[in-house]
Ligand binder design. Sequence first.
Ligand code: VGL
Length: 199
Amino acid sequence: MTDPDFAAPAGKRALIVVDVQNDFCEGGALAVAGGAQVARDISAYLTGSHGYDLVVATRDAHIDPGAHFSDTPDYVDSWPRHCVVGTAGQELHPNLTYRDFDGVFDKGGYEAAYSGFEGENADGRGLDEFLAESGVTDVDVCGIATDYCVSATALDASMLGYVTTVLTDLTAAVAPDRLDATWEAFAASGVALGKSTDS
Ligand code: VGL
């Protein structure tokens, strides 16, 4: 029988808001259908009281990411120029009115970087270091794009030992018709699917 006195203490919960940037929303250089609505929905979800101990954001922040940019992109491994540091496209989308982030983690200066765990905050700290030091054990992940940066971030979170849930209604996909592969990768890695309305 489990002695409740010896139960592991509940850790903290964080929400990771992935790449809700102008270039990934309608009108942007690499527009993902539904991106602007996702920005609005994430803001609504976080307005007033929410259950997270921490909320962090990630951003693509490219300077010269090599073959990640192409004039003839394949939209799998190469992309039109997007989220270039110093451009409006790199900024968080105005529909994302929630800005009370505990950290913003920028990634991809000189290489492709799909996972938010490749990013650093203004203090030069990585996302894993920051979350772990904050006592976070559980993360929810939302944002853009479901099948690229949200997926890579969630898979890394799970691999790093965080109990990980993707809030699917707060995501938008580059290739919605190929999402089955994303769901399969999540299932194989222990990433749960949830909805913002679940709790
Ligand atoms: C992303 C394609 C290229 C994303 C970033 O944020 O999902 N997708 N770079």
